[in-house]
Design a protein around this ligand. Sequence first.
Ligand code: ZN
Length: 356
Amino acid sequence: MRNRHRLLHICFVFYQLIIFSSPAKSDDSIIERFRAYLQIDTSQPNPDYTNASKFILAQAEALSLESQTLEFAKNKPLILLKWPGSNPQLPSILLNSHTDVVPSEPSKWSHHPFGAHLDSQGNIFARGSQDMKCVGMQYLEAIRRLKASGFQPVRSVYLSFVPDEEIGGHDGAEKFADSHVFNSLNVGIVLDEGLASTTEDYRAFYAERCPWWLVIKARGAPGHGAKLYDNSAMENLFKSIESVRRFRASQFDLVKAGLKAEGEVVSVNMAFLKAGTPSPNGFVMNLQPSEAEAGFDIRVPPTTDAESLERRIVEEWAPASRNMTFEVVINSLSLLHTNPKRMLFWVFPSIYDDTA
Ligand SMILES: [Zn+2]
């Protein structure tokens, strides 16, 4: 625990150095480097990792940082930079950021999402400016200032620029974390993305809600559209959707009443509805389909009683008594529940341990 505190302290000292180490003079070259990074279209599903890597490696060279390019999956480079510490025996500091960004619809932007337009107020318009190219550049600019001031780190500082975060990170951070290279870094603390700040205040977060992606599926006898009968797939699915909706409202009410922060409640949002029998003109209207499903993006705070949420899914949202099944994907692990049993809690026990 003491070690952890020491590392946290180091981390804050590092941030203070970032913020206060040099006079606050405006430096156009910082903005220009940031804009150059933003102008590289690294949006999914076809991110330009080649030019992003070239850019980062050029920055590393200018800063005399050691660099290596790791490719855990073809054409998905992960750039690892190193600023060696004076005592390499100590656990290191890893500063992580992802190079890819989410897609954009250029026609709905006032300025092109990869133009990095700078307006007269100093605003920069670009996809990825907050999530999270600004952070990657802040790491580099902080090192630039620290080096200029003569600072020499005691611990080694690593920077990882990882691909594919926006599509799950399987070929990026996930493979990196499992690699021998990562083990050899002896990482003591990792700083990663949080919320962008428009002021000089930076909030530190130590946990994140865990995504549970839930798909519930109802099956029932098909029947004529004019007939009223029990246990149709649509009817059973709608009972579940109604139940999910009530739970969502109860969580949202806590936020609206000011009793809980947004990050402290379980959020549930419906992501898709899939049902109906296609016809040449759309859907068959006089037939009740035999299958219907819905998908939900659920975000679970580390303080949530995961067992009770799991019970709610099994008993209320996808009960076998209504002929329903469900699948939950948690951090890329897919668990198919055709025979509902307690299966979720053990998946990430460490998440729940953190609540103490
Ligand atoms: Zn991000």
